[in-house]
Design a binder for this molecule. Structure first.
Ligand code: PEP
Ligand code: MN
Length: 337
């Protein structure tokens, strides 16, 4: 950690700072420059609070050397982590293709969509049973009845299933039926929920909040890791922007950037990122090229009848064509679905 002092800091203020650093078992190294003086702090950075240091008179700014997400960082774990969901591996050259409808609507409906996406190559089935909707009057999901359908259909087609958990009180029941728990964009900073999914031990699909920085996302992952669950897969699903041309701003650069910071796998969700079936395939290819460890695409066989997110659903046929190209592209990057 480096403490940059103000130009008018007094010797007394510097001595107070040095005493504070030493009292924590760390070593201060003073470096007096022509215009500025800095103090390098040698030792375990986790013992010292950067915000507290900033509050000392005479301190201009504090620059941590290590990232605040200790467990998620590449320093902690230099190799890419591989997360297993059922027998599907995600990370380190193993790709997942998560697909299915936005919401679970009926047993027959999910069965038909699952048959199509699994035949086309999807290796994880998705479907929401608890839906975080902007309107309290919109379809909120089938709840436990939906979870049962998802489990049943997943078993029939022999694929693991992922579904969103929106409430810490439902973590236990969702764990009973799902192979992977999704924490959605709106709940990315629901720290109670993150801790609960951390304690449950099941793989977690953590979506980036729509106004979250990359550091925010990694700090949320840190909550799950710190609770003892190492099975975290990140997901770029678009962030808020001023431009209404797409549902959100698909931050594909974040995928490449996140790869330089963490060992955790990251996948892309061009469905929620763009909201546009006409450009979802192109954005899926871009995600893979940026280094994503998997793709998440919503599919519906009757989008006009979907209970949620119908306008962004790919048809099963469009999905099949897209997945074929993704498989070809994966070969270029030495990765396999
Ligand atoms: C979803 O997966 O259907 C969903 C609501 O996702 P997000 O949290 O990314 O909006
Ligand atoms: Mn959706």
């Amino acid at each position: 950690m480096i403490i940059i002092l103000s130009s008018d800091t007094t010797d007394e203020q510097i001595n107070k700072l040095k005493d504070h650093i030493e009292s924590l078992g760390l070593t201060p190294h003073l470096s007096i420059g022509t215009f500025r003086t800095i103090i390098g702090v040698i030792g375990d950075e986790s013992k010292i609070d950067a915000d507290q240091l900033c509050a000392f008179p005479g301190v201009s700014s504090v620059v941590p050397v290590l990232p605040p997400y200790k467990l998620a960082s590449l320093d902690a774990h230099p190799q890419a982590s591989v997360v297993e969901v059922g027998d599907v591996k995600i990370g380190g050259g193993h790709l997942c293709m998560i697909s299915g409808p936005c919401s679970i609507e009926s047993a027959e409906g999910l069965d038909a969509i699952a048959a199509a996406v699994v035949a086309a190559g999807a290796n994880i089935l998705r479907g929401g049973a608890y839906k975080p909707r902007s309107s309290p009057y919109a379809f909120q999901g089938m709840g436990v009845a939906g979870l049962k359908i998802l489990r049943d259909v997943g078993e029939r087609y022999d694929v693991p299933v992922v579904t969103e958990v929106t409430d810490p009180r439902n973590v236990e029941v969702v764990c009973e039926y799902a192979d992977m728990l999704q924490v959605g964009a709106r709940n990315m900073q629901n720290f109670v929920l993150l801790t609960e999914v951390g304690k449950c031990g099941k793989p977690v699909l953590l979506k980036r909040g729509m106004s979250a920085t990359i550091t925010d996302l990694l700090m949320s992952a840190e909550y799950v890791l710190a609770a003892g669950n190492q099975n975290v897969v990140l997901c770029e699903r678009g962030i808020k922007s001023f431009d209404p041309s797409t549902r959100n701003l698909y931050d594909v650069a974040a995928v490449a950037a996140i790869k330089t910071l963490t060992h955790l796998p990251i996948i892309v969700d061009p469905s929620h990122a763009t909201g546009r079936p006409d450009i979802i395939p192109a954005c899926a290819y871009a995600g893979l090229a940026a280094g994503a460890d998997g793709i998440h695409i919503e599919v519906h066989d009757h989008p006009e009848q979907a209970f949620s997110d119908g306008p962004q659903a790919l048809s099963p046929k469009e999905f099949a064509v897209t997945f074929k190209k993704l498989e070809e592209l994966a070969r270029v990057f030495d990765a396999t679905f």
